[in-house]
Design a protein around this ligand. Structure first.
Ligand SMILES: [Zn+2]
Length: 467
């Protein structure tokens, strides 16, 4: 039961807010709306929308802060608080103010400030309850700024953010926020949890009697990197390094792809394997048929088969076909014969007749020169090394994929679109932070990553703030 006194003060707070907000709106009407009538203006809807966009923060920003203060009235201004360091009861020193900026505009927050002379630390107990970000721009702004910066260059994202919200942020803020959130985007948070994975497996299965197919693909993509160097200093030569990554997706009813998890980082083979092994733990392997798909790179096959030993290995058909076309061009030039030869070879491969194809390459194709001999030998080695991964006709009949198109599109979406822009060079650490955020967006785990980021930023009652 609430006491009469509490009810009374709640009513006071509501009426106080109403009065304050009405006053602000009245002033806005006097400043922005009254002149339109006085001057007999006839604005279009768009012009009015722009006027609202540019000026609504005058009442919404302070209104939001006023509302927060009145809802938290008791917490913001207590007489006494305990020192989080030593537990001593301390009297309030004063109300201290902080300029905060939210998507609704700016306002000034006033909350109790306490100081412990023994610990020589000051603190604001109300900041934890209000979820105040230490920066001026609050978490609602930060989440959108980071999300936009993950999709387009920092300067462009800051510009569009400002145009769409009326809140001015600079590219530096956009950059810093994205990287700070990216630091918190661990593999554990970026990968969907086991419950989500199981729900998606059930969705992919639908009404079918059989288990759905889980496709696990891995690949590398060149990222333009440069050494870290101070601003304005000569940055040294840039270089390309491989972002190694994987994608897990399910094949649902009607061959629809259901994304499970993507993870790409500039890392070595051991890093890739550790990450994939971690994700594999979250997959209930007995509930799916597993297809492993990659090009011919032996290190990828090592990683895939180590993490998913029961998976069915499938050499990417398109990659294989490219090899065959390359040999055809070198051996027969750009000719009808080259195309016919390549089609015949691809058919043998499609039907899984690797032995026959190798026999034909050894005995039925006299190399026209040394280069052709070299390429033919390479193709033979490639086919022999991947022989057990070439079974396309059977795989197709059983509903398995034959090409890693799903991987290449993930690489394009995650790695290339944002990182590989002309003239853009990345410090390895920042490149990885960006990739982590992009994977989180792709995996639909960005909100979870951002929650974690907020928890690490928020001044908790236990964390002392330096005065
Ligand atoms: Zn203390």
């Amino acid at each position: 039961m609430q006491s009469v006194a509490v009810l009374h003060s709640t009513q006071d707070d509501l009426e106080g807010f109403r009065q304050m907000f009405h006053d602000k709106v009245d002033r806005w009407i006097d400043e922005q709306v009254a002149p339109l009538f006085q001057e007999g203006q006839r604005p279009t809807l768009r012009e009015l929308s722009e006027m609202f966009q540019a000026t609504r923060s005058k009442f919404l920003g302070p209104g939001l802060v006023e509302l927060a203060q009145r809802l938290h009235a008791g917490d913001l201004d207590p007489d006494v608080a305990q020192c989080p360091g030593c537990g001593k009861s301390l009297p309030r020193k004063r109300l201290s103010t902080k300029e905060v900026s939210t998507l609704q505009g700016k306002g000034t927050l006033a909350r109790g400030y306490f100081y412990c002379p023994d610990c020589r630390q000051g603190f604001h107990p109300a900041d934890a309850a209000l979820g105040v970000a230490p920066q001026r721009h609050q978490f609602d702004i930060q989440a959108h700024a980071a999300g936009l910066a993950a999709e387009m260059p920092f300067a462009t994202s800051a510009e569009w953010f400002t145009r769409l919200t009326g809140i001015g942020i600079g590219n530096h803020f956009s950059h810093e926020t994205l990287l700070a959130v990216g630091k918190m985007a661990s593999l554990e948070l970026v990968t969907p949890d086991q419950e989500t994975i199981e729900r998606k497996i059930a969705e992919a299965r639908g009404a079918s009697e059989d288990k759905p197919i889980l496709v696990v693909t891995a690949d590398g993509a060149n990222m333009p990197l440069r050494p870290r160097a101070p601003r304005k200093a000569k940055r040294g030569e840039g270089d390309y390094k491989d972002a190694k990554g994987f994608r897990l997706f399910l094949i649902g009813p009607g061959d629809r792809l259901l994304q499970l998890a993507s993870w790409h980082q500039v890392q070595d083979k051991a890093g890739l394997q550790e990450a994939l092994a971690f994700v594999a733990q979250r997959v209930p392997v007995e509930q799916v048929h597993i297809a492993l798909l990659a090009d011919g790179a032996p290190y990828l096959w090592d990683v895939l088969t180590t993490c998913f030993p029961t998976g069915r290995p499938i050499l990417d058909y398109y990659h294989c076909a490219q090899h065959i076309h390359a040999v055809a061009r070198i051996q027969y030039g750009e000719s009808l014969l080259a195309r016919q030869w390549a089609e015949a070879m691809k058919t043998r491969i499609w039907l899984g007749k690797v032995k026959g194809a190798v026999h034909h390459l050894r005995h039925g194709v006299p190399p026209r020169n040394l280069k052709a001999a070299d390429e033919i030998r390479k193709l033979i080695n490639y086919l022999l090394a991947n022989a057990e991964r070439i079974n396309y006709e059977v795989n197709r009949q059983e509903g398995y994929p034959t090409g890693s198109g799903g991987m290449e599109s993930a690489h394009k979406a995650i790695c290339h679109t944002r990182i590989k822009r002309s003239g853009a060079w990345w410090v390895e650490e920042s490149c990885n932070e960006m990739l982590r955020i992009r994977c989180a967006i792709y995996n639909e785990t960005f909100d979870r990553v951002f929650e974690h980021y907020m928890a690490t930023q928020r001044p908790s009652a236990l964390r002392l703030e330096n005065k």
